[in-house]
Design a protein around this ligand. Sequence first.
Ligand SMILES: NC(=O)c1ccc[n+]([C@@H]2O[C@H](COP(=O)([O-])OP(=O)(O)OC[C@H]3O[C@@H](n4cnc5c(N)ncnc54)[C@H](OP(=O)(O)O)[C@@H]3O)[C@@H](O)[C@H]2O)c1
Length: 236
Amino acid sequence: MKTDQTKLRIVITGGSSGIGEAIAFNMAKDGHKLYLIGRNQQKLLKVKEQIEKVSGEVHIGIGDVGDENDGERLLNDIINELGGVDVLVANAGIGYFGNLEDLTLTQFDEQFNTNVRGVFIWLKQVLPLMKKKNKGQIIVTSSNLGLKTSSIASFYSATIHDVKAMVWCLRKELKDTQVKAATINPGSVDTPWFDGKDVDRTKMLSSIDIADAARLIILQKETSNIDHILLLPGKN
Ligand SMILES: NC(=O)c1ccc[n+]([C@@H]2O[C@H](COP(=O)([O-])OP(=O)(O)OC[C@H]3O[C@@H](n4cnc5c(N)ncnc54)[C@H](OP(=O)(O)O)[C@@H]3O)[C@@H](O)[C@H]2O)c1
């Protein structure tokens, strides 16, 4: 396959909504090639349609990030459609909040399967491809709750600490390569994440803020290797 080297092949898990969708729109402006992953086909098709009105090549893949068979199937599709992966944004995530004793084992399993297992599966899949080329950028969406703790966030915060630690350990493994890994650690972001919840969204970060941070990481030069970006809301 003949590829345009200036156009990055960017895979975004959770690309059908909120932060992932905003990153997709931001990078599509430059004509980079996108592969968006989520479980809901309708949501993915809607985003693909909207982006393609502006510019860019968008592919979609339907699957669960926590399922290794879905991962293998989608990676094969990515290789067929794009020929490789230059950037992985491991962003898909869910959040269960409540006092620890009120949360359930089912919620625990779903929380860790999506936010931790899902990140591990996708990192493990793309790393050999990137290491072979000695080039690539991984971004994992963590949270400010990956750097601190809070009430009613016990195991959401645990997963987000977990992926931050995973990335920071990985950075040490990658130190002699041009494969880079970073986390983005936002405070509250006004996305569909909060739909149906009784919270004040007026002072939250915008998903566009997070997309700008992702863009900075993705387009950084060889001389730079951003470790993490912590974003807090500008309005008090
Ligand atoms: N919003 C915030 O305040 C905030 C703050 C800090 C960090 N974050 C992190 O940012 C990430 C994105 O959040 P968001 O605010 O953009 O939420 P969102 O609007 O709810 O989007 C979540 C995305 O993840 C996908 N997803 C969820 N579970 C999945 C699974 N098992 N397999 C594949 N895709 C899955 C969803 O699509 P489907 O449902 O169709 O699968 C959707 O595209 C999350 O990891 C979250 O922890 C959010």
